[in-house]
Ligand binder design. Structure first.
Ligand code: SF4
Length: 241
């Protein structure tokens, strides 16, 4: 199965706990005002890759000690079949790596879904979605079956927040498994204390600056201003219409 993605990065350190593999799905029709990732809106943009190729990256990340997988976008739930395949495969590799498969308690029943393992060991699987739970179709709910936690809600520019891993105050961390509760419940009301943005410079035909994370209000405008003062002009920033 194929999926359109905007990119991947390891180690990602600003969207979830620890060092993680980040996968950004391509395509989002929710069009939140103030979205910093407008380059991921076009469902025909990005790159088409196979889910097994992403799982290979996940396997390599686990070997390097990844503490989690973060799937963001774009809107991951606008490619629900690919998301389901990615998360099912990622949970299986995680459980194998953590030696959990034999001890797995099996799937929990019910709408909340479950990971393949009932324990709290091993890397966690986190998905960001702009949807609220009550908006999800049955297919989208099923796609989240293997997640340990989901961060939900549109980005609302008028509701700035310092809450860790969230861009606006309405967004909620929803743990779904014992692992998710252990990793995420302590952070539901926590303000971030470390860096909220991770900058990675891409050197290719043109130098590109990639920012991973959720900025505080005004942080991106400040970045543009400071870059200009330093003689560096940012062309086509992804947060500009
Ligand atoms: S903030 Fe997220 S949900 Fe909103 S438009 Fe941007 S990518 Fe889509």
């Amino acid at each position: 199965m194929d999926v359109r993605i905007g990119g991947t990065h390891f180690p990602l350190e600003t969207l979830g706990p620890g060092r993680r593999l980040g996968v950004w799905f391509q395509g989002c029709s929710l069009a939140c005002a103030g979205c910093m990732s407008r380059h991921t809106w076009n469902a025909r943009g990005g790159t088409r890759v196979s889910v097994p190729a992403l799982l290979e990256l996940w396997g390599e990340a686990l070997e390097k000690g990844a503490e989690g997988l973060t799937v963001s976008g774009g809107e991951p739930l606008q490619q629900p079949d690919a998301l389901a395949g990615l998360l099912a495969g990622a949970a299986g590799l995680r459980d194998e790596a953590a030696g959990l498969r034999d001890g797995a308690e099996g799937l929990r029943d019910g709408a909340e879904g479950a990971s393949t393992a009932g324990g709290t060991d091993g890397a966690d699987l986190l998905v960001y979605t702009g949807y609220e739970p009550e908006e999800l179709t049955e297919g989208q709910k099923a796609a989240l079956r293997h997640t340990d936690a989901v961060i939900t809600g549109r980005f609302r520019v008028a509701e700035p927040t310092g809450l860790v891993w969230r861009g606006s105050a309405n967004q909620r961390i929803r743990p779904r498994t014992p692992r998710g509760v252990a990793r995420y419940a302590p952070h539901q009301e926590r303000e971030s204390t470390g860096a909220r943005l991770q900058a990675v410079v891409d050197t290719g035909a043109a130098v590109g600056l990639r920012l991973y994370g959720v900025p505080l209000r005004g942080e991106l405008a400040q970045l543009e201003r400071r870059s200009k003062e330093a003689g560096v002009s940012l062309s086509d920033p992804s947060w500009r219409p």
